[in-house]
Design a protein around this ligand. Structure first.
Ligand code: KG4
Length: 338
């Protein structure tokens, strides 16, 4: 029998609905709010929730049209129920609960980061033991998976997420949101001329990106006070290389420690060109380690990745009741508790 999952993602500033029939992605409609939030230099949570409310009905209608499916064809509704912005999460969740109630379908709560990791299944099947380097605006986590739906956080940021550091550094030199995209682009025109610190440069798998971000802000302020020009492309390149080198220098020893067979990138920062190039270069002589780089469409938030996890959870019958609530700080290891 076919398994058809309708998935909803609204944890931040993308409203997305996907329909996955077995392994075939029939629709993945995404309405992004980036141009609206650019005016504010970052995501405005209240504005994001209101836009999700305006957009979700249209996105649902389009997903059903594109996939040529009706609600009767759907087996279950999967929805991102955390982590993310509480108001944004609630919109997707209310839509999912309404559909589940009205059409009598099981409801599957999906962890957003599990989605980012499973987005890689659209490129290659996951192989275990697997190391996922999860890097986004809200997260920097090293996740060990020994089998499907088995997540162990072996390291994480102690303060800011790496994407947050990209965004804040971009803002201090007046580059547009999302800062990571601007820094990545501009760094191609610059040289690594500024020496920046490598906070928490120890043998643990944990990170501190707040110190690096503050060092950049202090450097910019110091130069401005002296009346000197900041060379923005050079600063972008120096920051990007410092941040990404630190990420990989600390993450990759896990490959040997845990006998890793596959390394996957996940989350918005995995779009970074230097990260994508470096991970391949650093692991190219490791014949028995496969590197999976998600296609760019998979690095931004989308419901296709939620549908993928939803499909595995459907097999386990991990269904929630209609009293399910959004959990903005849901831990990945707790994804079975909702
Ligand atoms: O995963 P995502 O879309 O949203 C969260 O769940 O946080 O990630 C967004 C983050 C932002 O911080 C953005 O600046 C960063 O991903 N980002 C990048 C690049 N593209 C997006 N960071 C570095 N290089 C990029 N090319």
């Amino acid at each position: 029998m076919d398994k058809v999952i309708l998935a909803i993602e609204s944890s931040c500033d993308e409203t997305s609905i996907a329909i996955l029939k077995n392994d075939e992605l029939l629709a993945n409609v995404i309405s992004t709010q980036i141009s609206i939030h650019q005016k504010y230099g970052g995501v405005m949570p209240e504005v994001a929730s209101r836009l999700h409310v305006e957009n979700i009905g249209v996105v649902l209608k389009e997903a059903l049209e594109v996939s040529k499916m009706s609600m009767d064809d759907i087996n279950a509704i999967a929805v991102t129920s955390g982590p993310g912005l509480i108001g944004s999460l609630h919109v997707g969740l209310q839509c999912a609960k309404t559909l589940a109630l009205a059409y009598n379908k099981p409801l599957i709560p999906v962890h957003h980061l599990a989605g980012h990791i499973y987005a890689n299944e659209y490129v290659n099947p996951l192989k275990f033991p697997l190391l996922a380097i999860v890097v986004s605006g809200g997260n920097t986590e090293l996740v060990l998976m020994k089998k499907h739906l088995d997540f162990q956080i072996i390291g994480e940021t102690m303060d800011d997420a790496i994407g947050e550091a990209f965004d804040k550094v971009a803002r201090v030199v007046n580059l547009p949101y999302p800062g990571g995209v601007s820094i990545d682009k501009l760094s191609k025109e610059g040289q690594h001329r500024y020496t920046l610190p490598r906070p928490l440069d120890d043998h643990s798998y944990n990170y501190s990106y707040s110190g690096l971000k503050t060092a950049v802000i202090n450097l910019v302020n110091h130069l401005r006070q002296k009346g000197e020009e900041v060379n923005v492309p050079d600063l972008a390149r120096s920051f990007q290389e410092t941040a990404i080198d630190l990420l990989l220098d600390k993450a990759l020893p896990a490959v040997d420690e845990f006998n890793i067979k596959q390394v996957v990138l996940a989350g918005g920062v995995s779009a970074n060109s230097y990260l994508r190039e470096q991970i391949v270069t650093r692991l190219k002589n490791r014949d028995n380690v496969e590197v999976v780089i998600p296609p760019l469409w998979c690095t931004t938030d989308n419901a296709a990745m939620i549908a993928k996890v939803g499909s595995y959870l459907y097999d386990e019958k991990l269904f929630a009741s209609l009293s399910l609530s959004a959990n903005p700080s849901w831990k990945l290891e707790d994804f079975r508790r909702f």
